[in-house]
Design a protein around this ligand. Structure first.
Ligand SMILES: *Cc1c(COP(=O)(O)O)cnc(C)c1O
Length: 399
């Protein structure tokens, strides 16, 4: 996928589909075309069997039962189904939901929509390193709180929230806990049962599966979580999400889960080394560069977020666009030139947020890619600063 001229380091935006995953999917386009809901012939049964198998593989990856997996079109839909589905089902009990300012837009925008319907949302702050304060969470829980929604690992910074401690607090107060674990599943252990998580959203294309397929874990007992469907129709997925199942994509998702289960640990260790080396090279070589997160804190092994003072990240990316895929903020909002809401919530000023880039490594990243990428970034930063009046003024101590 990478070649001499192009290096892909934007795995948090999406991962390439593993060739083994593609291979597993192929028969389900033509040779085995059945609808998994067709009960009257062998093609239907074959499809159903394949879906059952994939559901098991995915459930196994996160340590839950197969019946607790609901297929959706991706994490955006899973987030919407969890938040709106819980609100609609439980709003007579309470209309209050707690989430965090650094959540993905799929969660934040679903929350804004719920506010329009009469819901009340508390958006928790994070500290300078991106972590929530557990005392803030406790203080925010009210008698009418029905749901807490906190992402497992942040897509822009890789910061991992203390899910187990969060789960204990929610348990003590009898509120449901939902987690967007899109960046965690397949990369680090993410077990909703152990963490006291009742609903968990994730997506195939962030873990080497195909785009357009995702899942929502919905806990079946202690307690049994009920959701109001957001898409109505034939009553698929226990009535929670109607629509003909995307059998090839589900098969691919299952295969991706199987591979992740086998390779996750080794892969994380390898990427941890490469990421640290890249981070060190950039921070040691480029003057006035900063790591936006705490180096030693709980974070994903393959992601970094670095600021280069007085270098516009957008300009930097444009100058590298034919050589290197990296990102500023998240892909979902990079169409706008707003600085990252995640970095701003961490207390970074706009200038620093605008000069920050996210680099995310993955399964197909090689050692030499890291060296080359570092050299390209270093050269691009130098070039940008060499023609920047702001940088010159800064160097002369004028600003
Ligand atoms: C990518 C991502 C999403 C959206 O997932 P889709 O499957 O693309 O809809 C949601 N949350 C997080 C944390 C993500 O990284």
């Amino acid at each position: 996928m990478n070649n001499e001229h192009f290096i892909y380091l934007d795995y948090n935006a999406t991962t390439p589909t593993d060739p083994k995953v593609v291979e597993a999917m192929l028969p389900y386009f033509y040779e085995r075309p059945g609808n998994a809901a067709s009960r009257s012939h062998a093609w239907g049964w074959m499809a159903e069997e394949a879906v059952d198998q994939a559901r098991k593989q995915i459930a196994q990856l996160i340590g839950v039962e197969a019946e607790e997996i609901i297929f959706t079109s991706g994490a955006t839909e899973s987030d919407n189904l969890a938040l709106k589905g819980v609100y609609e089902m439980y709003h007579r009990k309470g209309r209050h939901i707690i989430t965090v300012k650094t959540e993905h837009n799929a969660v934040l925008d679903a929350c804004y929509a719920i506010e329009k319907k009469g819901g009340e949302i508390t958006y928790l702050d994070v500290d300078q390193h991106g972590y929530i304060n557990l005392e803030d969470l406790k203080a925010a829980i009210r008698p009418d709180t029905v749901l807490v929604s906190i992402m497992w690992a942040n897509n822009e910074t890789g910061v991992i929230q203390p899910m187990k401690a969060i789960g204990e607090i929610c348990e003590q107060h009898g509120v449901l806990l939902m987690s967007d674990a899109t960046q965690a599943v397949g990369k680090i252990p993410a077990y909703p049962g152990e963490a006291g998580v009742h609903l968990m959203a994730f997506s195939a294309h962030k873990m080497y599966g195909p785009k357009g397929i995702g899942a929502l874990y919905v806990r079946k007992r202690h307690p049994r979580v009920k959701l109001a469907a957001q898409i109505h129709g034939g009553g698929h997925e226990k009535g929670m999400r109607s629509g003909t199942l995307n059998v090839p994509a589900i098969v691919g998702f299952g295969k991706a889960a199987g591979i992740a289960l086998e390779e996750r640990e080794q892969e994380a260790a390898r990427l941890f080394e490469l990421r640290n080396r890249l981070e060190k090279t950039l921070l040691n070589t480029v003057e006035e560069s900063y790591l936006n997160i705490d180096q030693a804190a709980a974070r994903l092994p393959h992601v970094t977020n670095i600021a280069f003072r007085h270098v516009e990240a957008e300009g930097l990316m444009i100058s590298l666009k034919h050589d290197l895929a990296i990102s500023s903020g998240s892909a979902c909002t990079s169409a706008s030139l707003e600085p990252s809401h995640v970095l701003l919530a961490m207390g970074l000023d706009e200038e620093r947020a605008h000069s920050s880039i996210r680099i995310s490594l993955g399964r197909f990243t090689q050692e030499e890619d890291i060296e080359k990428a570092a050299q390209k970034i270093i050269a691009a930063v130098k070039q940008a600063r060499s023609i920047s009046p702001v940088w010159m003024m800064f160097k002369e101590g004028l600003i």
